[in-house]
Design a protein around this ligand. Structure first.
Ligand SMILES: [Zn+2]
Length: 222
């Protein structure tokens, strides 16, 4: 198991993707993360560039299998080389505050296949986390390491868990627990109100980042 998140353990989102502000685009083209210094790959990809930019500081770009480019910026140190094939467990760099940065953090950005500034995809959606300032732990956003997709094709309403809860095989508190998820895990409500049991209304849901399906009590979201 691995994640689509470039950090492990506890980390913070300190600035959301698309926040409006004084950036050249008028909005934040990536997401800012603070946590342990070691930065990992976020896909099975190829390092296409290691460079310096007055805004981005020391940066790495990795071409992902879907043709998009993952940018890792403000690094204090780069520990990969151009042309290197990497995976989600490859240590590629060390968090820093180089370039236009007011404190140590990682600016993680996903550019579409044009690889042009301000032509981006949502990096929070890719990681499977909410695009929201807050505290997270990477262990709650595991993906199958053989998979390069992060988002399921579920079409239900996207919700975020408000508390610790269990995904169950059947809509009852008596059924086997599939897994434990803590708050801020994102999921799709595939079918609302599929059952009434144990005094609760149950929804059929799909965990966004893992694709696991099951049943949850419908009061657990925000
Ligand atoms: Zn940033």
């Amino acid at each position: 198991m691995a994640t689509n998140i470039p950090l492990t353990g506890n980390f913070k989102v300190t600035c959301e993707y698309k926040r409006k502000g004084s950036w050249a685009a008028g909005w934040h083209t990536g997401i800012d993360l603070v946590g342990d210094d070691t930065i990992y790959g976020t896909c099975d990809g190829t390092v296409t560039k290691i460079g310096w930019d007055n805004s981005y500081g020391n940066y790495i770009t990795v071409k992902a299998p879907d043709g998009k480019y993952h940018w890792f910026c403000h690094l204090s140190k780069v520990t990969c080389t151009e042309g290197q094939k990497i995976s989600r467990t490859t240590k590629i760099g060390v968090m820093g505050s180089t370039g236009n940065s007011t404190g140590k953090h990682l600016h993680f950005e996903i550019r579409n296949s044009s690889n042009k500034y301000a032509d981006n995809s949502d990096p929070a959606a890719y990681m499977g986390i909410p695009n929201k300032v807050g505290d997270y732990n990477s262990s709650n956003y595991q993906v199958d390491s053989s998979s390069n997709s992060s988002t399921s094709n579920a079409t239900g309403e996207l919700k975020t868990l408000a508390r610790n809860t269990n995904l169950r095989e059947r809509p009852t508190t008596d059924s086997d627990i599939i897994d434990l998820y803590i708050e801020n895990t994102t999921l799709y409500v595939l079918e609302a109100g599929v059952a009434q049991a144990n005094g609760y209304t149950w929804d059929k849901v799909k965990i966004r980042v893992t694709g696991a399906e099951g049943y949850m009590i419908n009061q657990n979201y925000k």
